[in-house]
Ligand binder design. Structure first.
Ligand code: GEK
Length: 236
């Protein structure tokens, strides 16, 4: 796995995009940046095992290099499901397709706002909705809801914000302490923070649960939180 050293230099000062450079170090980057990332993958596998319905479709929206796609594949083993990963970054999709070329999964290069969701029992948005324009988020969740079969689930993992300013600052400090403990320097942390401004827009857990309800989900709950990262499950 190549080590993420992108923000050790200041050449990446034009914001953040999922380009070749990011794709080539992505596995290391997300593992050292998102507290609990490995656990979300373990639980995607467990939740797929629990909720995948025989012969249905399972979607990993914003699949990057396919880590959650493969977790879905493992979890749904033996249920004759179709596993579909979707991402609109050509760099991510090229690398994902190459890595998973012998696996029984389909990887599509497509905007998740345009992708069809049908006959689904499990849909995953693992740290992806945060990159989608806020005005489009309800439409996307509504489409996911409509594409799910009764009893199907959405697993939604996000970086989150807090209404209380002090709490928000404390959680950001803890996240930055986590990144320092993972070997990122203060300079790298600060450059990445600037690059992600206006690109990654976190919302509160309350806002997420309210939107899930608005999209039609009969119930949703938070199953994981570590600092300002969280994962929810919503049931149709
Ligand atoms: C994982 N889920 O390893 N359409 C398609 N893809 C998109 C869109 C969009 N509109 N917006 C963003 N993406 C993965 C990690 S990373 C999270 C997901 C992170 C894609 C984008 O190209 C990138 O690959 C992914 O969403 C976000 O479990 O980098 O923090």
């Amino acid at each position: 796995m190549s080590r993420d050293a992108i923000y050790t230099s200041d050449i990446h000062n034009n914001g953040f995009s999922f380009d070749d450079k990011v794709a080539s170090v992505f596995a290391d980057m997300i593992g050292r940046s998102v507290p609990g990332y490995a656990q979300t993958l373990q639980m995607v596998e467990l939740l797929a095992h629990q909720y995948a319905q025989q012969g249905s479709n399972l979607y990993d929206l914003g699949c990057s290099l396919g880590a959650a796609t493969m977790a879905l594949n493992r979890g749904a083993a033996g249920k004759n499901c179709s596993i579909i990963g979707v991402d609109n970054s050509p760099a991510m999709v090229d690398q994902c397709k190459e890595t998973l070329k012998h696996e029984p999964v389909e990887i599509r290069c497509q905007d998740i706002l345009d992708s069809e969701i049908e006959h689904a029992s499990v849909v995953v948005l693992n740290f992806v909705l945060q990159f989608v324009d806020k005005d489009e988020r309800l439409n996307l969740l509504t489409k996911v809801y409509q594409g799910l079969k009764p009893g199907g689930v959405l697993i939604l993992s996000e970086k989150i914000a807090f209404d209380d300013t002090d709490e928000n600052r404390r959680q950001i400090e803890l996240h930055e302490a986590f990144k320092r403990a993972q070997g990122y320097s203060d300079m790298e942390i600060s450059r990445k923070r600037t690059a992600l401004e206006n690109v990654l827009i976190p919302e509160t857990l309350h806002a997420h649960h309210a939107r899930l309800q608005q999209a039609g989900f009969s119930s949703s709950h938070t199953w994981f939180q570590c600092f300002n990262f969280s994962s929810m499950i919503a049931i149709k």
